[in-house]
Design a protein around this ligand. Structure first.
Ligand SMILES: NC(=O)c1ccc[n+]([C@@H]2O[C@H](COP(=O)([O-])OP(=O)(O)OC[C@H]3O[C@@H](n4cnc5c(N)ncnc54)[C@H](O)[C@@H]3O)[C@@H](O)[C@H]2O)c1
Length: 271
């Protein structure tokens, strides 16, 4: 169902790799709500993914950019404004990658060169994206910037590895940069803390199946899907949430406030 919530709005969507990606679902929903946008991903992901399919479906152009490269980001922000015909109203940062996770390095045995790479891609890139937009004065007044995060930033999930630290850093950047973006340009910045979701990045986490089933049993409303996340993001891009900023917003079916659920208890109660 469409409410035309984003009619006339222009944006940039990072991180759509395939149809499971949260950014893919978000692009589809933003398009249905009347928004227009440029899609972007790392050049290497372009070759592996299916982003051109999504571009066709949503009438959008694709501009490759490595989110850790200022040069790529400057080019992206300039081109996006040219293509879309004006300043940017919304940006989705949906990027995450840990080299330590990929290479199976345990948290107590990190390779720090891998850590630095993962931090640059998953956390610092959010600062780089916002600094580029800020310096180029590319955001419209009352624009909205959203990044995706996970609750391992607040609580221990042992197999989330160094991504937990990257997410804590990402959420801090949202608050720190959000302050200046709000004061100087009336732009809001938030993070959405999403339930475990079966995507390429999600499934990289060791024991993901157990992890997702546990979260589902703990959450009174069940796990939030990628589509739920896309819908929540649409509200944050719309004019209905103009003074929501500097927040880490849970889209998790209630998981973050539950101590234990009956469903989980049943596994431990002796008959
Ligand atoms: N899947 C989950 O369980 C879950 C839960 C909470 C938060 N998140 C977050 O949601 C976001 C999106 O992930 P997803 O689950 O849709 O997985 P995904 O694998 O579909 O998306 C991750 C994206 O990051 C992109 N990327 C990697 N390196 C990049 C670079 N250098 N420059 C630009 N893009 C780069 C990838 O190409 C990919 O498109 C991530 O921030 C992730 O941490 C995911």
């Amino acid at each position: 169902m469409s409410y035309n919530l984003l009619k006339g709005k222009r944006g940039i969507i990072f991180g759509a790799l395939d149809e499971n990606s949260i950014a893919w679902k978000t692009a589809e929903r933003v398009f249905e709500e009347g928004g227009s946008f440029v899609l972007t991903n790392a050049p290497v992901a372009m070759r592996m993914g299916k982003i051109n399919e999504l571009a066709e479906k949503t009438n959008s152009k694709v501009i490759p950019a490595d989110a850790t490269s200022i040069e790529d980001l400057e080019n992206l922000v300039e081109q996006a404004q040219e293509i879309l015909g004006g300043k940017i109203d919304f940006v989705l940062h949906s990027i995450g990658m840990s080299v330590n996770v990929r290479k199976g390095r345990h948290y107590t045995d990190l390779n720090y060169a891998y850590s630095e790479k993962g931090w640059d891609v998953s956390a610092l890139s959010f600062h780089k994206v916002m600094q580029t937009l800020y310096k180029k004065d590319a955001m419209s007044e009352w624009g909205s910037i959203v990044a995706l995060t996970y609750m391992a930033a607040q609580r221990v999930f042992p197999d989330y590895n160094d991504m937990a630290d990257n997410k804590a850093y990402l959420e801090s950047i949202a608050r720190s940069f959000g302050y200046f973006f709000g004061k100087d340009k009336s732009v809001r910045v938030n993070t959405i803390s999403q339930s475990p979701t079966p995507t390429t990045a999600g499934q990289g986490v060791k024991g993901f199946d157990g992890f997702i089933a546990y979260a589902d049993k703990m959450s009174p409303l069940g796990n939030a899907t990628a589509l739920d996340c896309a819908n929540y993001t649409v509200t944050l891009f719309s004019d209905l949430t103009k003074r929501v900023t500097l927040q880490n917003l849970y889209n998790d079916g209630g998981f973050s406030n539950v101590g234990v659920s009956q469903g989980v208890m049943e596994h431990f109660v002796e008959e």
